[in-house]
Design a protein around this ligand. Structure first.
Ligand SMILES: *Cc1c(COP(=O)(O)O)cnc(C)c1O
Length: 354
């Protein structure tokens, strides 16, 4: 591990901080003053730099645009009441970042460089971290191929970039979700476990169709039979069925979520049985009917803990209990919230202090 990362720093001459409306922060539309950029060429990472947030010039032939050699991460930084700034479990994202890189035949980035580059730009833009409840600084690291070459072959050059933006809650109400039985997010042998840009491009048409039908979100099912629940949009789907926390096991069609891992760790501590296994649509429907399904939510960095209000399957809608009354997901939300904002001791070492 290197202690400090050497980078060139060019500060903005025109901060946009004062003109930013922190009372109105739709997800992903507001960006902070600076960004981190590095280049990969000649087999190594170089040109580490923090500079004002802004356009990046590139060739129209870069293979990221044509063949999708591109992927991203999503992390959040929080400001505690005493001004401390923490980033939630970035070492998990560093590991996943490199899993995505390997799947897409792209170069890995040493974990310490990943974390230090993020910490450096978050530190510089710490005034951008909102202090309101449920607000955070969203961190978006990503990598893309930059060879100006139209051959279908891995690029020899890449860019690693980190941009930041203040965000409020992603979802504001319990979700009406549709269990998708036609389209597929990921298949065995595919790249569902990677945060590959192409996975999200492929999700947009099914997502739009579901929205047109009045749904807030999709639940993806397995590619073979559409009989097993895999994920909920860009969050992991988790259920409390008959007192047991169940979720799809993190295999090649599942994004191995940091929030998912965190929820599992808390459940185990609280003595709640956890099963990472195939979750059938049939047992979820059965549980909704019998009342044994006492909790259902999406778990993700952007979405945090997003309660499912109802789910539809083949035109039939099943309603769950009022999210306010759900013991498990509320306990998870409150516990995580207290850790992230530094209101309780971080006994797990989940907060990386900037
Ligand atoms: C990002 C993402 C998640 C959630 O992962 P976290 O690490 O908890 O943010 C789950 N599923 C998909 C498909 C995702 O893209």
């Amino acid at each position: 591990m290197t202690d400090t990362l050497d980078f060139k720093l060019t500060k903005t001459a025109h901060s946009r901080l004062q003109e930013t409306d922190f009372d109105n922060l739709p997800f992903g539309r507001t960006f902070s003053d600076h960004m981190f950029v590095a280049d990969y060429a000649d087999g190594e990472w170089k040109n580490f730099e923090i500079l004002p947030y802004g356009p990046i010039a590139m060739s129209p032939a870069i293979s990221a645009l044509h063949y999708g050699q591109a992927f991203f991460e999503g992390i959040k930084a929080y400001k505690h009441a005493d001004g401390t700034v923490s980033i939630f479990r970035p070492e998990k994202n560093a590991i996943r970042f490199n899993k995505s890189a390997e799947r897409l035949c792209m170069p890995t980035l040493p974990e310490d460089i990943f974390i230090q580059s993020i910490a450096a730009v978050v530190d510089l833009d710490r005034e951008w971290i909102p202090t309101k409840a449920n607000h955070a600084l969203y961190i978006r690291p990503f990598m893309f191929a930059t060879d100006p070459y139209l051959g279908v072959t891995p690029s020899a050059t890449y860019k690693f970039v980190v941009i930041l933006g203040p965000v409020g809650p992603y979802f504001s109400k319990a979700l009406r979700v549709k269990i998708e039985t036609h389209y597929t997010r990921a298949a065995e042998g595919g790249m569902g476990y990677a945060k590959a840009a192409g996975n999200y491009g492929a999700s947009m048409l099914p997502g739009r169709k579901a929205a047109e039908e009045g749904f807030d979100q999709l639940i993806w099912t397995d590619a073979k039979e559409h009989a097993y629940i895999e994920e909920m949009g860009a969050a992991n789907a988790m259920f409390l069925l008959d007192g047991t926390l169940i979720t799809a096991e993190a295999k090649d069609t599942i994004l191995d979520g940091v929030t998912r891992d965190t929820v599992i760790a808390l459940a185990k501590e609280w003595g709640i049985p956890v099963e990472e296994r195939k979750v059938s649509v049939a047992e979820i429907i059965e549980g909704a009917k019998s009342g044994k399904l006492t909790d259902a939510f999406g778990a993700g960095t952007a979405a945090t803990i997003a309660p499912v209000g109802s789910f539809s399957y083949n035109g039939e809608e099943y309603f769950l209990s009022d999210p306010k009354t759900r013991a498990f997901s509320n306990r998870v939300f409150d516990t995580l919230d207290a850790i992230k904002y530094g209101r309780t001791a971080d006994t797990h070492g989940w907060n990386y202090i900037v």
